[in-house]
Every structure is written in structure tokens, then in C-alpha cells.
Design a protein around this ligand. Structure first.
Ligand SMILES: [Zn+2]
Ligand SMILES: [Zn+2]
Ligand SMILES: [Zn+2]
Length: 363
């Protein structure tokens, strides 16, 4: 019997594999391959590994977003916008009767139908006043990137609000109570993301601090009860761990011939388990959101016992040269990539040049 990858283009694999797993449709819990484990590397920090061999083409992870925002230019015309209800998050086609918020808080907030809107009342109620008050002014004053970042933070806080509402004692579980080999979930997982104010350039952190002060303080329109410093820490974590959502797979390597890009971004989200994956420029996992906006990991190579499982943090077809890849990762993710591919492509004299960046030690 041939593996799915042998008969289908790599680009079709995550859809193909998720379709064949009927028991995964509508599942409201992450699905984690029994051989996928997390461990801690002294230099890289937390990481994903396999405890026993995994074959190329095997499904490794289907992770639900803790929070997700649409990223589309014209929500009224977009075919890529997703239902705001976290239990659904399906694409809402332009042709169907979309349901909008009665307060018209934002054109980006839509549901498939009335029952999705009603199921999302508690969560959307948390963000609705904030959106109505600030969405237009943030966009015109600070631009789409900052608006998207702030809205994703608000949606993380909204999910936390729903989580505490449903299980009021969950915040009492400290990190010490968690089994290190098991995967944390919910707000506890978000709180344990890597990234801090020291990760980012001072000018960047100062800019975020201004935005927090102006738009994310705890108030009657955003009752989260956290301090400004805690919210700033959350931004530093979110920026280091969030995923862009694209219609096609990220991470196919060697690059398919002809190379195919991953398409236009339509969303951004935070995924508690998927965020544990480190980057490689020749990853052994491809990833893509499925039709319910769940992040799907599939092994793109055979993976040996104990081997680390890595994804690519960017579209490998868009940055091919070593220098382009390193500049991008340094600028957007704050580390110098030392993956096998990068090390093998280093010219001999470059080893001396990297000593010019002593502040990057430890990454
Ligand atoms: Zn829906
Ligand atoms: Zn609303
Ligand atoms: Zn690399």
C-alpha cells in the first residue's frame, strides 16, 4: 500500500490526511499523536520530539486555537473570513447569509448563522465594546498590523474570560502542579509560552507599552483584571508564538518543483501545543490550518526516536538564501538560526562574523 504522500502532491497532504480521519471532525479537543512528546533543551528551551519512530505522512497534531482573528482586506467581500464562534471557526462564504453583530462593532466579526452567534455570546460580549470603541481609530492611527496584534490580545483575554467563567478555579493551577511531560492547555499553556520583554528590542517594547496604556488597560469595557506589565508580557509572548494562517502548507522542503508559495494570509492565531515547535529551515513537519482553523502538523520525513520535530516559521519558497533566512528570523523571531541546513550553508569565514552579535547568545 502506498502512503498518501507517494500518490498526492505534498501540498495536498494535510487535507488528505485530516479527511481520512473521520473521528477528528468536530472534535473540540486537540489531538496529539501518542509518540509526540515535549522536552526541554538547555539552549532552545521547550521543544517537540518523538518518543518512537514516526513515518513520513503520519498525522502528528491537530491543535485548536486559543484565539484567532481574521486578516482580510475587505471583510464584506472576502471568501476567507472565518466564523467567530470558537466551536466552529469555519469559513463563512460570501454567498451565504452571514450574521453580523447587532451593534455593528466590526465588519470583521461574522458568524455562519444565528446559533453560532448565540453560542459565542459570552466570548464576543467581552470584545464587543472594545471593538466598537477602538477598532476604527486604532486602524487609522497605528495601521493594520498593530490593530491585528491588539485584537488578538483582546481575543486571548476573551478566551481567558470564558475559561475562568466555565472553570473558576483553573487559574489556581500553578506551573509546579503540572506534569512536565504532559501538554498544558488553555490559559496555563499561553502563560508558559516563551518570550519576554528581554526578547525584543527596547524600542519595540516601548511602542507596545504605549499601545497597552492607551488601549488595553483593565476597565469596564475590557475587564481582565491584569496589570499593564502583565499585558505587555502577554504581547511579548504572543508576538513570539502566534501563527499566520495561510491556505496552503508551510514547510515543504526540499522545495517542490516548481516552487509553490503558501498563498495570501487570511488569519492569525495562537495555538497552545503547536507553539512548542521550534524552527528549522529544513523541517520534518509541514503545517496548515484545516477547514475549522485547527493547526495540523504532518510528518514530511521519517522521524527517528528522540529526534526533534520542527516546523518552518516562514514560507521557505520566499526566502531561499541563507542571509535572507537569517535576517528574517533575527528580525521577526529574535534568534540566529543554527539549523542543520543553515550550518551546512555557512561560508567558512562567516563563523567569525557571528561573534559580532554577543547579545544573541543563549538563543
Ligand atoms: Zn459558525
Ligand atoms: Zn459586537
Ligand atoms: Zn536555518
Amino acid at each position: 500500500m502506498q502512503s498518501p504522500i507517494a500518490t498526492e502532491r505534498l501540498l495536498a497532504t494535510t487535507d488528505h490526511i485530516i479527511r481520512s480521519q473521520q473521528n477528528l471532525s468536530d472534535r473540540q479537543q486537540p489531538w496529539i499523536h501518542p509518540r509526540l512528546i515535549q522536552s526541554v533543551d538547555p539552549i532552545k528551551g521547550r521543544q517537540l520530539r518523538v518518543s518512537q519512530p514516526v513515518r513520513k505522512g503520519e498525522l502528528l497534531l491537530v491543535d485548536l486555537p486559543y484565539a484567532l482573528i481574521p486578516v482580510v482586506d475587505h471583510p464584506e467581500q472576502s471568501e476567507d473570513i472565518r466564523c467567530s464562534n470558537p466551536a466552529c471557526h469555519r469559513r463563512v462564504a460570501r454567498t451565504v447569509e452571514r450574521v453580523s453583530c447587532p451593534t455593528r462593532c466590526s465588519a470583521d466579526v461574522v458568524w455562519c448563522n444565528q446559533s453560532c452567534r448565540e453560542a459565542d455570546t459570552l466570548r464576543h460580549g467581552f470584545e464587543c465594546t472594545w471593538l466598537k470603541k477602538y477598532a476604527t481609530s486604532i486602524r487609522s492611527k497605528w495601521g493594520e498590523y498593530d490593530f491585528g496584534m491588539l485584537w488578538l490580545i483582546v481575543r486571548i483575554l476573551a478566551s481567558r474570560h470564558v475559561e475562568f467563567h466555565n472553570t473558576p478555579s483553573s487559574d489556581k493551577t500553578g506551573p509546579g502542579d503540572v506534569n512536565p511531560s504532559s501538554f498544558e492547555t488553555g490559559w496555563n499553556a499561553i502563560r508558559s509560552f516563551c518570550g519576554s520583554q528581554d526578547t525584543w528590542a527596547h524600542s519595540q517594547v516601548r511602542h507596545w507599552a504605549v499601545l497597552v496604556k492607551k488601549y488595553l488597560g483593565s476597565s469596564s469595557s475590557l475587564p481582565h483584571g491584569m496589570t499593564s506589565s502583565e499585558v505587555l508580557d502577554l504581547i511579548c509572548q504572543e508576538e513570539a508564538n502566534s501563527f499566520g494562517l495561510y491556505p496552503r502548507e508551510t514547510g515543504a522542503f526540499p522545495l517542490p518543483e516548481p516552487a509553490v508559495d503558501r498563498g495570501e494570509q487570511f488569519g492569525a492565531g495562537v495555538y497552545p501545543t503547536a507553539a512548542l515547535a521550534n524552527h528549522s529551515c529544513s523541517p520534518n513537519i509541514i503545517h496548515k490550518p484545516d477547514n475549522q482553523s485547527r493547526m495540523v502538523f504532518v510528518a514530511s520525513k521519517d522521524i527517528a526516536t528522540g529526534e526533534e520535530c520542527c516546523i518552518s516559521y516562514f514560507d521557505l519558497s520566499s526566502k531561499v538564501e541563507l542571509q535572507d533566512r537569517r535576517e528574517h528570523l533575527q528580525g521577526s523571531f529574535r534568534f540566529v538560526c543554527k539549523c542543520d541546513r543553515c550550518v551546512s550553508e555557512e561560508p567558512p569565514e562567516e563563523e567569525v562574523q557571528w561573534d559580532e552579535f554577543p547579545s544573541m547568545e543563549g538563543f
